[in-house]
Ligand binder design. Structure first.
Ligand code: SF4
Length: 407
């Protein structure tokens, strides 16, 4: 096989990593390296993605695979053993050097490292841990490290991964265990959950208070996972049920939803078209409502098992539950105000602050929230009542966006 340049490897292995959604938004850097060439160049946005740190900061990460060779044959993955995609493999030293080089040029603040499985899960995981250990121990690297954990790797390696990484993630892959068995024959849903459980135990042990000798910090930014949406027939209800279970059982920081991308030469069991991107977006919104707005899954989903793609899930709930409205912004408690469509946590908290000093009028709410026209049918203020508007037959039409920009 011809020897690949580092730049070519970077092109292949950053492109291969783009299917992992654990960096919530990816984007390319427009900056060149000093001479416009060489390993620091980010021409074409190779490998730079943006993710959110636990404190809410947006950080840039070098997002790459150690290798896209893989001995597994997951039908939904372009890197599966039976795919004829171009292959490449970094050495541990190359990943370390790339990370440090990009970091010194201020292109990145950290590394997101995943990998196809070569030789064995342990062999691969050990190489990934070696990258993180070299960065931390040899180069005193203080940047952010996110390591993808291979669930079949030995617990000792998973433990080491957590000691060097800020965040670890184990992909649950698909919402249904039987879909995973059919599409990823070498993967085992029970093993994936067992590995997530082990990560949770290590995380909690490292936080235990009252111990004289506290163990070193394990993955301080917690663990996350990714679920592919639209590769099987799982409904939105089934997807959110899986997420609810994962958040509860393993204390995940995030479940990432990744719309299935059709890949060349795939099996007939996979759909030919990707699901509309708006579905992924609605799932994120629904997930957010479950975690931060006090909604439970059944309320969000309603009776149809699938989210209404034409309107955000909070608005969809409000339209189905018009008996809860209009809500008086000067009286309703925080929990209820959070259920008003179009209002985020920050806007609700500002409303609660301001109303300690005055009775809110429509103009005050307008200053504190966006899209007041769509909110008016759901609100009562000191100088506003929607009258019959809340129950009017034309309300769904009035609040639906005119264009769905994400289809
Ligand atoms: S294990 Fe499966 S999903 Fe992961 S790289 Fe290999 S084929 Fe792709």
């Amino acid at each position: 096989m011809a020897t690949l340049t580092l730049k070519r490897k970077l092109a292949i292995l950053s492109d291969a990593a783009k299917y992992d959604a654990s960096c919530a938004s990816s984007g390319s850097s427009k900056r060149d390296s000093m001479g416009g060439k060489g390993m620091g160049s980010t021409d074409g946005g190779m490998g730079i993605c943006h993710a959110y740190a636990p404190d809410g900061r947006c950080i840039s990460l070098l997002k790459i695979l150690l290798t896209n060779f893989c001995v597994y044959d997951c039908a939904y993955c372009v890197n599966r053993v039976s795919s004829n995609t171009p292959r490449a493999r970094f050495s541990v030293e190359e990943v370390v050097d790339l990370t440090l080089g990009f970091y010194r040029r201020n292109y990145i603040e950290g590394l997101f490292l995943s990998s196809g499985i070569i030789r064995s899960a342990d062999y691969t995981m050990e190489s990934m841990v070696r990258v993180a250990r070299t960065l931390r121990e040899t180069h005193d690297f203080r940047g952010y490290i996110h390591l993808k954990v291979i669930p079949e790797a030995s617990p000792t390696l998973v433990e080491q991964a957590g000691l060097y990484a800020d965040r670890v993630s184990i992909n649950i892959e698909l919402p249904k265990d039987d879909s995973l068995a059919a599409l990823a024959p070498e993967k085992d849903a029970t093993g994936i959950k067992k590995a997530m459980g082990a990560v949770r135990v290590s995380e909690e042990a490292s936080k235990e208070k009252g111990r004289k000798a506290r163990p070193p910090k394990f993955a301080p930014a917690g663990q996350s996972t990714q679920m592919i949406v639209g590769a099987d027939d799982a409904t939105d209800g089934a997807i959110l049920k899986r997420s609810e279970g994962l958040y509860g059982a393993y204390r995940l920081r995030r479940v990432y939803y990744s719309a299935f991308s059709p890949i060349p030469d795939s099996t007939a069991r996979l759909p030919l078209a990707r699901p509309p991107l708006i579905r992924e977006h609605r799932l994120y919104q629904a997930d957010w409502l479950m975690r931060f707005y006090g909604f439970d899954r059944a309320e969000i989903i309603g009776e149809t098992e699938d989210l209404d793609l034409t309107v955000d899930p909070k608005m969809a709930w409000a339209l189905r539950n018009r008996g809860e409205f209009p809500m008086d912004v000067n009286v309703a408690d925080r929990e209820r105000l959070l259920r008003v469509p179009g209002r985020g946590v920050r806007a609700v908290d500002r409303i609660l602050d301001v109303r300690r000093f005055k009775r809110l009028e429509l103009a005050d709410v307008k200053r504190l929230s966006r899209g007041i026209e769509k909110l008016k049918p759901f609100l009562v203020c000191a100088d506003w009542s929607p009258g019959a508007l809340t129950d009017s037959a034309g309300l769904p039409e009035r609040v639906r966006p005119k264009q769905l920009e994400l289809f």
